[in-house]
Design a protein around this ligand. Structure first.
Ligand code: XMP
Length: 516
């Protein structure tokens, strides 16, 4: 789907692995992260034009350390080892790899002593020295036979090495991070050494993906479960571009969405994009399933099970559809294959939208090679409205895990109104893209207040706004006081049944982003 000209990045677990793939893609070459034990045969058959060995937390001489097959170095394709990748190359080819006298983290300067096309166009910053970013505990003391050393730091006798004949290259530092200012040139030189074509771009990705979908699906029908989030929306648009009316999108309205969301999905996809949209209003089914349920995990299970039941009923009604299009992304894919990379620690939640086990669809996952921001870019190119492209994450169980305790139609309405004010004010303040999430939570307690001459005894709404990179950790957002004041005033004045607003100042961990 991504063309033949690509580079493999074998993931040994460094926090920067994804960044390597990103940098290479930014140079218009498609790059894919693969498990460290990917066989040489698979790499050759996959048509990879070069292989990067990522960094990682292990030591090569440790028991069970992940290592590539040493045949990789005889396979005739260029290899670039980065950090642990360099140590693995040095170790497997008979060099001398030892613990550093001092572990080295952060900025360092390399004295360039050798010449190599890998450093073509790289200009030392001062004298013969090049500024780089290091993060390692082991070091190559003596390069393997056939290699020459290209430079050293005070701590690291061989900071880069190359065997030009076999096109094997290695650097102890991290060329992929911004703190190695000329790292981009080094990676770009490696791509030149691989002889790979630089023709990967979003429009070309979209074109080849559309062609591939047409070729795979033929005249079959395809079903796509649309949630209104960016991933399923982009999948729907791509598949629609490819096969038009052969696509049916099923939008299950579980009654747990935010204000105006269901209407917006119907309007965008049915009216604007003219996609066959099956809008299933299952509000009452979900409310029934949630009746008297207060435990958060039971809520999630009930909602998941109800989704499956609705999906099954509806799919039967739609007749035989052999294909299911899904918005699986790259992090979801590598999560399941990574050795112990950063990917292994991402995300713990199951999405509601898991499918009935007894239903057998052929799967179409056109986004499985993309990162989230690349999916957004595809969405933009396909003309998806900005409010969907930039939507903040929203949990599958929706407002049910934000109405703490009993979920009733009335309480959902109160939360929906309060949340709409939060969304409006955050957008007006221009903070929507800066925040990972901002939302309202309806608490299961009532407090005393006074309105005019009357005593009130009404609901409390909690505000939650967090910044985060990946939802694994999050910090409460330092929202301006004026904004907090405005949101609080508006909620108390405009939402019937709320007389108090509190701001959640807990970080994750130990709190979580959602309250349930
Ligand atoms: P927590 O609350 O665990 O949430 O800090 C981390 C991220 O996951 C979202 N979230 C969910 N997403 N199904 C989902 O699809 C769920 O059950 C679920 N629970 C939490 C949450 O909104 C945040 O972005």
């Amino acid at each position: 789907m991504a063309g033949d000209e690509k580079i493999a990045v074998l993931d040994f677990g460094a926090q920067y692995t994804q960044l390597i793939a990103r940098r290479i893609r930014e140079m218009s070459v498609y790059s894919e992260i693969l498990p460290p034990n990917t066989s040489v045969a698979a790499l050759l058959q996959g048509g990879y034009r070069g292989v990067v060995l990522s960094g990682g937390p292990s030591s090569v001489y440790e028991n069970g350390a992940p290592l590539p097959s040493s045949q990789l170095f005889e396979a005739g394709i260029p290899v670039l080892g980065i950090c642990y990748g360099m140590q693995a190359m040095g170790y497997l080819l008979g060099g001398d790899v030892v613990p550093s006298e001092r572990r080295e983290y952060g900025k360092a300067e390399i004295e360039l002593t050798g010449r190599s096309p890998l450093f073509e166009g790289v200009r030392p910053d001062a004298g013969d020295r090049l500024q780089v970013w290091m993060s390692h505990g082991d070091t190559v003391r003596r390069p393997p036979a056939g290699f020459s050393s290209l430079g050293s730091t005070t701590n690291c006798p061989v900071a880069a090495m190359a065997d030009e004949r076999r096109r094997l290259y290695a650097v102890q530092f991290h060329p992929e991070v911004a703190h190695t200012p000329q790292g981009g040139t080094i990676l770009s030189n490696f791509l030149d050494l691989c002889g790979v074509k630089r023709d990967w771009s979003m429009p070309s990705f979209i074109e080849t993906t559309i062609d591939a979908i047409r070729a795979r699906v033929g005249s079959d029908r395809v079903l796509c479960a649309l949630s209104g989030g960016v991933d399923s929306s982009v999948v729907a648009l791509l598949v629609h571009r490819a096969i038009g009316d052969q696509l049916t999108c099923m939008f299950v309205d579980n009654g747990l969405l935010r204000k105006g969301e269901a209407e917006a999905v119907v309007h965008t996809f049915r009216d604007n994009f003219k996609i066959n949209l099956d809008h299933v209003d299952a509000t009452s089914r979900f409310l029934e399933a949630l009746r008297d349920v207060t435990d958060p995990e039971v809520k999630r299970k009930r909602i998941g099970a109800e989704f499956i039941a609705v999906f099954e009923d509806e799919a039967k009604r739609l007749g035989h559809i052999p294909w299911l299009a899904q918005g699986t992304l790259y992090p979801d894919v590598i999560e399941s294959v990574s050795f112990k990379g950063p990917s292994a620690t991402i995300k713990t939640h199951h999405n509601v939208g898991g499918l009935p086990e007894n239903m057998t669809f052929k799967l179409l996952e056109p986004l499985r090679e993309l990162f989230k921001d690349e999916v957004r870019r595809v969405g933009e190119v396909l003309g998806l409205p900005a409010d969907i492209v930039w939507r903040q994450p929203f949990p599958g169980p929706g407002l049910a895990v934000r109405v703490l305790g009993d979920v009733t139609a009335e309480r959902l309405d109160v939360l929906r109104e309060a949340d709409a004010i939060v969304q409006e004010e955050i957008r007006a303040a221009g903070l929507e893209r800066e925040l990972w999430q901002a939302f309202a939570v309806l608490l299961p307690v009532r407090t005393v207040g006074v309105m005019g001459d009357f005593r009130t005894y009404a609901n409390v709404v909690a505000l939650r706004a967090v910044t985060s990179q990946d939802a694994m950790t999050a910090d409460w957002a330092r929202l301006p006081y004026d904004l907090l004041g405005r949101i609080s005033n508006r909620i108390i004045n405009e939402v019937h049944g709320v007389n108090r607003v509190a701001y959640d100042i807990s970080s994750k961990p130990p709190a979580t982003i959602e309250w349930e």
